[in-house]
Design a protein around this ligand. Structure first.
Ligand code: NAD
Length: 260
């Protein structure tokens, strides 16, 4: 199989898009390291992923916002599985608060998870790839919200814009080793995160969740949300040999909404 013997780390792998990516790798023979802060859900999701393929599945309860955790986790990955082939930085939280009420804690939480943790994990994975001479792949999750901005998204949207620039910079530094760095920028993808957003923000517009969802879908030319399995196909392609010449790019995944 295409990914047999390749170790792929996926953060935020307990649910949503990270879970979909972990399943796609397992189906194609990879060893899958599933990192997530939600230990209980991770254990359950890892069982599902393990049943899909022949590779090793290693669930790791890690809060990627703490750099000390990252060092420890990466040392364990190397000890158990050696070289890393791919890192998919999917873990994230979307904290929306009106700008005038934004606290330092909200700011730090958003940046520590969505940008700082993502960088230091990428650095640790890249060091592993260079050490083992692997022409590896780093795929990170940015967001449409990092391109067009949304009310209340001062930190989340800024951090996601940062992911796109970080991807460009890492790509330039790592090209000499044959390592590619790309990002995906989803619009609305049907996960627990988006369902929680619809339920929370509908009240700001005086709508029910269903009304708010219908209004948001009007802004998507395809008239529907993306599915996690569809994003997983894109991430898989970017991290496969077929996507090897693409680096530094952030690919929109929005059903056309980023173009209107
Ligand atoms: N769903 C969307 O429409 C959408 C749109 C644009 C961007 N994104 C981004 O895509 C990524 C995946 O989103 P999703 O919708 O699948 O989210 P989700 O909330 O369904 O899943 C995110 C996962 O990340 C984990 N996580 C959160 N903080 C963590 C931490 N500190 N350390 C380790 N794991 C942590 C959570 O426990 C959860 O399992 C996120 O980075 C998100 O910001 C999502």
């Amino acid at each position: 199989m295409e990914f047999s013997g390749r170790t792929c780390i996926v953060t935020g792998a307990a649910r949503g898009m990270g879970f979909a990516v972990a399943k796609k790798y397992a189906e194609n023979g990879a060893n899958v390291v599933m990192m997530d802060v939600n230990e209980t859900l991770l254990a359950e999701s890892a069982k599902t992923v393990d049943a899909l393929g022949e590779g090793t599945v290693l669930p790791m309860a890690v809060d990627i916002s703490k750099t000390a955790n990252i060092e420890k986790a990466m040392a364990e990955v190397e000890e158990k599985l050696g070289a890393v082939y791919a890192l998919v930085n999917c873990a994230g939280i979307s904290l929306y608060t009106p700008m005038l009420e934004y606290t330092e804690k909200d700011w730090d939480t958003s940046f520590d998870i969505c940008l700082k943790g993502l960088f230091f994990l990428s650095q640790a994975a890249a060091r592993n790839m260079v050490k083992y001479g692997v022409k590896g792949k780093i795929v990170s999750f940015s967001s449409q919200a990092g391109k067009i901005g949304e009310p209340g998204g001062v930190a989340y949207d800024s951090a996601k814009a940062g992911v796109a620039m970080l991807t460009q910079c890492m790509a330039l530094d790592l090209a000499q080793y044959g390592i590619s760095c790309t990002a995906v920028a989803p619009g609305m993808v049907n996960t627990e995160m988006i369902q929680a957003y619809l339920a929370r923000d509908c009240v700001n517009y005086g709508m029910t969740k269903e009304e708010f969802e219908a209004k948001r879908l009007e802004g998507i030319p395809f008239g529907r949300m993306g599915e996690p399995s569809e994003v997983a196909e894109l991430v898989y392609f970017l991290s496969s040999d077929r996507g090897a010449y693409i680096t530094g790019e952030t690919i929109n995944f929005t059903g056309g909404s980023c173009n209107i």
